[in-house]
Design a protein around this ligand. Structure first.
Ligand SMILES: [Zn+2]
Length: 400
């Protein structure tokens, strides 16, 4: 610490553009960024040329349903290809035998923070069977971790809305309790009523003045039709910049012409697309959508839960996966993969003061890599995570 209260100097930091700079943090925000070369000051932290990146953005996760830290749950395959309804049944069965939700959520949160995510959006299940139990628990966990990570919660109708009578009222209640966004789930294939489902989702968005984040696994022209409906409602309600379609598998299995038209429409509506480059599913073409002006961001989604056994909460690893599955090889493409887990995520979540810039919040990750492309490829695990200029995690573990 310097003689000025709450001020810390970080010397010889390598920034994403390759320049080496000295950073000053005052009161938890960057107050100066100067070319390296300042004389060592008492108490200054010399980062010796390590790469400094803004903390990653975990844009889509499920804090209530992971078994991370709990007993291993072998994956149960669907009986006849991927089926959301059947997976929900497996999930309900598994959750009945799981460790307490708060414990599992905390395990997962610390996993994410340890790898450098300090902003997160978690979907939380709301349905007629669990009521508001999950929401109440996760709201409590969010409160306990508020000094370490910023968390947005989505009231998520995991069992549909029309298929699970009473859910619409519970979703409204969840928003009143403190959820930040209204979720949705496959209006066509799950609820079999696109208009009815979206009427509830956008009705609640309008009533409570919140954003929307819809899980959409429906593929092909059906999924595309739903995306178009979501875009139309977004525009009609003036919700540009506040609506997300998570997964949007359809964008990965339509013709290039249809994709070009869809990209234009999605960009014009200000709807963002979340992908986690999932297993063997088709997924949205990241580069083409970005070129059309669409914000594409990422999340871990499921971590060791009833949907799949993968996930480690490391968004740099996620950038690697997205780059790998997208066929990204050139440096600029690897930088795109990184942008998806950082700046694009911040934009999609509407984060204030994000980045390494004067006035921005000093939430950052320090790691050993020459530059961003190398970080995306090497995914160095030894890193230090700073929250408001204070180290809170090192090499994947929380400090203190
Ligand atoms: Zn999800």
């Amino acid at each position: 610490m310097d003689c000025i209260l709450n001020q810390t100097h970080f010397l010889n930091t390598r920034l994403a553009d390759g320049t080496v700079a000295d950073l000053t943090v005052t009161g938890g925000r960057f107050s100066a960024i100067a070319p390296a070369g300042n004389a060592a000051r008492l108490g200054a932290i010399d980062l010796a040329g390590q790469l400094v990146l803004p903390a990653f953005v975990e844009g889509h996760i499920h804090l209530d349903t992971s078994f991370y830290g709990d007993a291993w749950r072998p994956h149960i395959p669907c009986t006849n290809g991927f089926d959301v309804r059947e997976r929900v049944v497996f999930q309900m069965r598994n959750l009945k035998q799981a460790a307490p939700m708060e414990e599992r959520a905390r395990n997962q949160l610390e996993l994410c923070v340890g790898h450098g995510s300090l902003a997160m959006r978690s979907h939380v299940m709301v349905d007629a069977a669990v009521g508001l139990q999950h929401v109440e628990t996760i709201l409590g966990v969010r409160e306990k971790y508020r000094d370490l990570i910023d968390i947005q919660l989505v009231a998520f109708p995991q069992s549909g809305i029309l298929s699970s009578p009473g859910t619409a009222e519970l979703l409204d209640e969840a928003l009143k309790l403190g959820c930040d966004l209204i979720g949705g789930l496959d209006p066509a294939s799950f609820d079999r009523d696109v208009k009815g489902h979206l009427d509830v989702v956008f009705g609640l968005a309008e009533k409570r003045g919140v954003g929307v984040d819809i899980h959409l696994h429906d593929g092909g022209t059906l999924g595309l039709f739903e995306i178009e409906e979501i875009c139309a409602r977004t525009t009609a309600l003036g919700l540009q910049g506040k609506v997300v379609v998570s997964h949007a598998y359809a964008l990965g299995d339509i013709s290039p012409d249809a994709l070009a038209r869809a990209g234009e429409r999605i960009a014009a509506a200000g709807v963002a697309i979340m992908t986690n480059a999932p297993g063997n599913h088709p997924f949205p073409p990241v580069a083409a959508l970005r070129e059309a002006g669409v914000t594409v961001f990422a999340g871990s989604d499921n971590i060791r839960d009833s949907w799949w056994p993968y996930g480690d909460g490391d968004m740099l690893d996620r950038a690697n996966m997205i780059g790998y599955r997208s066929g990204f090889y050139e440096d600029w493409e690897l930088e795109v993969a990184y942008d998806v887990v950082s700046h694009a995520g911040a934009k999609a979540l509407g984060l204030e003061g994000y980045g390494i810039a004067i006035g921005a919040r000093a939430d950052f990750v320090v790691l050993r890599a020459e530059h961003v492309p190398e970080a995306v490829v090497a995914v160095p695990k030894d890193r230090t995570v700073y929250r408001a200029g204070t180290a809170i995690a090192r090499d994947g573990a929380m400090i203190g």
